[in-house]
Design a protein around this ligand. Sequence first.
Ligand code: BGO
Length: 270
Amino acid sequence: MSIKIALAGNPNCGKTTMFNDLTGSSQYVGNWPGVTVEKKEGKLRDHKDVRIVDLPGIYSLSPYTLEEVVSRDFLLGERPDAIINIVDATNIERNLYLTTQLAEAGIPMVIALNMMDIVKKSGDRIDAQKLAAAFGCPVVETSALKGVGSMEVANRAIMLAQKGAHTPPQHNFSRVVEDALEAIGDQISQQVKPELMRWYTIKLFERDEKVGDYFTLSSDIKQRIDDIIADCEKQLDDDSESIITNERYEYIRQLIQNCVHKKRPGMTLS
Ligand code: BGO
């Protein structure tokens, strides 16, 4: 069985370093279809049947930049068998924003907590087990620059891919938002696979301009969804996209408080 694994992460998280570590010299470079964004692929070292696809460095999966759209199209259209999400552990708060979105794509995911050599040197501690419990997926500490942990991450991703074990989204938004998402879900349940429900209900709630590229809705259903969103916006006195963004940041802030122990509180690593 051939396996396709996507590498996803923020710019500068160490994605290229890990890609090189995982693929060695078996790399090919091209462009993503129709755009001049570079696409790198390679075979996993000693695994002819495992393809590693390097997604562009991105901060989020919103529809606003070419890199984000390329990444979304790949995750939703090509459905890789697993995602390796590389997180710069020295910038964990900012990096986890993307992680919360990747976890909604209904694909098996492994988090590589990269740059751990720098974190350890600083005396800070990150509780990888708590992070793993929070995201419902394996978290492996890595130092791609030193060749530490990369193959373990890949092996964990292969195991999940072989099991077809989609990472179940763990994060709940506030009650009002969850009620709206459930009501939107009821409107689209006939058209969307269960593992993609979370992704599409959130994107519809955000009024994502590209969500219509994936399936069409009748004008009746569109109107009902609009009413659900408008009602929630009224209750929370904010626009739906900001509601989701703010609640994600608040969730990550609480997670960090729980999982990251700074030697010198207030100091950042980078
Ligand atoms: C420079 N640990 C440490 N300490 N550094 C790492 C690790 C790690 O685990 N992983 C990556 N880096 P990219 P994207 C650099 O290039 O892979 C470093 O954008 C420098 N260059 O070596 O490029 C890596 O693909 C001069 O650092 O990231 C690179 O995701 C001085 O993180 C940087 C210092 O890695 C980004 C660093 C001329």
